[in-house]
Design a protein around this ligand. Structure first.
Ligand code: CDP
Ligand code: MG
Length: 717
């Protein structure tokens, strides 16, 4: 290129000088500025395009300088273990593209690292993003860091979670949930708003985190100006380092006191007794030390509310009881982080395991369980169950009481159970239905699933099965690369893909009300109990709700009866109501909870419920869309023949066992001594033709000339 010797703006005609000028602009402007500059060619100074280009360049530079001018003075809390590594970390940020930072909970990773990034010169050309697995953590940490930097939330430090966005043009640091960052990749695949990205709590290995780590593995190769920091509890750090081209690992040592472990298993094995075991442990703690703060780990909000009520009845002296879970108002959160003079019992879900450090804790009481979503290979749907947590999680929880002095952790299960637990929590991608994983990846436009750089690749077979399920459901296009219209809708419904498909159909067929009940029912463990000593009494009680043609309608009947009882009865009366009918009280509540969640989802989507009850046909046609290949036709001997040559019988517990229909649909075929269809309904064969048109292979048999019609006729199979 020939450069003119003179001219009003020689600076901008020189690529080298352009680069220098761009250094002092915002990252998000650089690409378009460079393109605009290239299009200018040797347009003269007075050319309108050049004038506009220079204006834009100057504006971006001004914004850059304004951000730079507001860089706060950085002070690291010297009491935190991370302080000892501050200089080393700053140096590594400047030198390396990716760093892995490992350290125990409470060592100062989340609160101090973004500040160290500022000290290393990051955060001006683009923001420092810091992702959190949970909303409550993003919000609370933003407030903390804002106050450490003497600024307001929304000014130098902002945060964004679902439904709340407090980030401004001045913000240098932005905390957010990993879900928000993932959603941003869809619209801005370069993430140019950020010059540094911190993936915090990577050891949690949720799907969101695994998607981000795969996405960032690709992005870091395309964006040399980007810095990436992966932080994690001291679990599996090598895996992260390897995933990012052998990134250096910084290990921050925790400072903690010894924790004594006491096992206090419930005396009975029933579910409800976990609550009683908790009270026994709290009484013991209160007797020995009426002043020490206690942190209790419970599986969910519902259990927190129950425990809250029970503890209040204990009337411990000078004690306040607080809750800590994901959907907590900021005022309630503040109370958790600023203890007053009273002794406190904090009831928490696993947010308090590693994301948030509750101060002043001397005792931990651990139920040893959490609510975990898992794909059931038996039932072929994704379910949410309360499950035993891993040894790693148990140890994390125990560690929460060894921060201010020696602590005591009560575990509400037997000592020998500990070694039976999994060593580490399985990452979500290995627990999830791959159909759902693929659905989300396609909707996030994460590219070719086969070539995606997973941190931990699911098995090929599982991926293939996932694709097959999506094809069966008609949620992906034939070349498996894109979502169909239904697929795009299904991706917005956070439930199993099969159930999402049912709900989509139910919406247009007027059967949404019933299908919400049925879908939530299919996501819980069957609440009907059949104790060995009272089988007949149980069957008789359950028979009250049964529908001879459809177990699904049976579930709807049960729901309606329970719903009415729920409106009228007190908690304890409702418990009796359930027990008398051989219904597991907790599972019924779980059902109600899931139903409520599904209802909220469809309300958010703006899907109306029909005013009239839906017909048998409508309900089952909707169900068939989610289970299009789960069919059977009865032969003369009463044996059912399913798709792919499967043979089975109706399970004796199904209401259809007495009078099995010619054609049936089922949602689960289990191999227990014999092969049984568990939850079933009578259908008409032509309903299938609509629901599964894309899967049918037509065989034309016996073509013949039919004289009366003057046509060739054939039997269509
Ligand atoms: O991320 P990591 O677990 O390593 O530690 P952190 O969250 O940065 O916490 C460092 C310290 O800040 C702990 O002592 C917390 O108790 C405190 N902190 C706080 O007081 N209020 C918050 N909202 C967050 C942290
Ligand atoms: Mg943290």
């Amino acid at each position: 290129m020939s450069l003119p010797e003179t001219g009003p703006s020689p600076l901008l005609l020189d690529r080298r000088r352009l680069d220098a000028a761009l250094e002092q602009t915002l990252l998000s402007d650089r690409h378009t500025l460079r393109q605009a500059w290239q299009r200018l060619g040797d347009a003269p100074a007075e050319d309108a395009r050049r004038v506009s280009f220079e204006k834009r360049l100057a504006a971006s530079q001004a914004r850059f300088l304004a951000r730079q001018a507001r860089l706060p003075k950085i002070e690291v809390d010297t009491l935190l273990p991370i302080a000892a590594h501050a200089d080393e970390i700053i140096r590594l940020i400047q030198k390396e593209r990716v760093i892995v930072l490992a350290g125990e909970t409470g060592s100062g990773k989340t609160t101090q690292l973004p500040k160290l990034c500022l000290a290393a010169g990051r955060g001006v050309a683009g923001m420092i993003a810091c992702t959190q697995p949970r909303r409550v953590a993003a919000r609370s940490v933003a407030r903390r860091v804002a106050s450490e930097l003497s600024t307001e939330v929304g000014d130098l430090v902002g945060f964004q979670v679902r439904f709340t966005d407090q980030v401004s043009e001045q913000s240098l640091i932005k905390f957010m949930t990993d879900g928000i960052l993932l959603a941003e990749t869809e619209h801005d695949p370069w993430l140019n708003r950020y010059d540094t990205i911190i993936i915090d709590e990577a050891h949690e290995r949720s799907l969101n985190i695994d998607f981000l780590l795969g996405f960032l593995n690709q992005l870091i190769q395309k964006r040399p100006d980007l810095k990436l920091i992966i932080t994690s509890a001291t679990i599996d750090t090598q895996r992260f380092a390897k995933h990012f081209f052998n990134a250096p690992i910084v290990q921050v040592e925790g400072r903690s006191y010894p924790v004594e472990i006491r096992y206090r298993p419930p005396t009975e094995s029933r579910d409800e007794s976990r609550g009683q075991a908790l009270m026994v442990a709290l009484d013991e703690i209160t007797r020995e030390d009426p002043l020490g703060d206690v942190l209790v780990f419970l599986p969910g909000e519902r259990e927190i509310r129950d425990a809250h009520r029970q503890i209040e009845q204990r009337r411990y002296r000078e004690t306040e009881v607080l809750a800590l879970y994901a959907r907590l108002s900021s005022k309630e959160q503040d109370r958790v982080f600023s203890p007053g003079p009273k002794r406190r019992i904090v009831l928490a879900t696993n947010v308090a395991e590693t994301s948030l450090t509750v101060p002043r804790i001397r005792y931990v009481v651990d139920t040893g369980v959490a609510r975990i979503s898992r794909y059931s290979h038996r039932h072929k749907v994704q379910r949410l169950h309360i499950e035993p947590i891993s040894q790693a999680s148990l140890n994390q929880r125990a560690g929460r009481c060894g921060r201010v002095g020696p602590g005591i952790c009560y575990r509400l299960f037997a000592a020998d159970e500990f070694i039976q637990r999994l060593e580490f929590t399985e990452p979500e991608i290995l627990r999830a239905s791959l159909a759902n994983v693929i659905l989300r990846m396609l909707s996030l436009k994460l590219g070719d699933v086969g070539r995606f750089p997973f941190v931990e690749r699911p098995e090929e077979r599982a991926l293939a099965e996932g694709f097959q399920t999506l094809t069966e459901l008609g949620l992906i296009t034939d070349d498996k690369r894109k979502l169909s219209a239904e697929g795009r809708l299904a991706a917005r419904i956070p439930v199993d893909a099969k159930l999402a498909r049912v709900l989509i159909d139910a919406r247009s067929r007027g059967s949404l009300d019933e299908c919400l009940v049925i879908c939530s029912f299919l996501s819980i463990q069957d609440p009907r109990e059949r104790p060995a000593e009272a089988k007949q009494a149980a069957d008789a009680a359950h028979g009250e709700f049964a529908d001879p043609q459809s177990d699904f309608l049976g579930a709807v009947n049960l729901w309606r009866a329970y719903d009415a009882a729920h409106q009228e009865l007190t908690q304890s009366k409702l418990r009796d109501w359930c027990e008398r009918r051989f219904l597991n009280f907790l599972r019924m509540r779980e059902w109600r909870e899931l139903h409520r969640q599904l209802l909220l989802i469809v309300e958010e989507l703006g899907w109306p419920l029909a005013a009239e009850p839906a017909s048998y046909e409508a309900i089952h046609r909707s169900l068939l869309t989610g289970f299009p290949s789960m069919l059977g036709r009865k032969d003369e001997k009463g044996q059912y023949h399913g798709t792919r040559g499967r043979k089975f019988q109706v399970f004796p517990g199904s209401a259809l066992a007495k009078k099995p229909p010619q054609w049936l649909m089922t949602t689960a075929i289990l191999d227990i001594q014999r092969i049984y269809a568990m939850t079933n309904a009578r259908i008409e064969p032509e309903w299938v033709i609509d629901a599964a048109a894309h899967l049918l292979k037509r065989n034309y048999l016996d073509p013949h000339w039919e004289r009366s019609r003057g046509q060739v006729m054939a039997t269509n199979r």
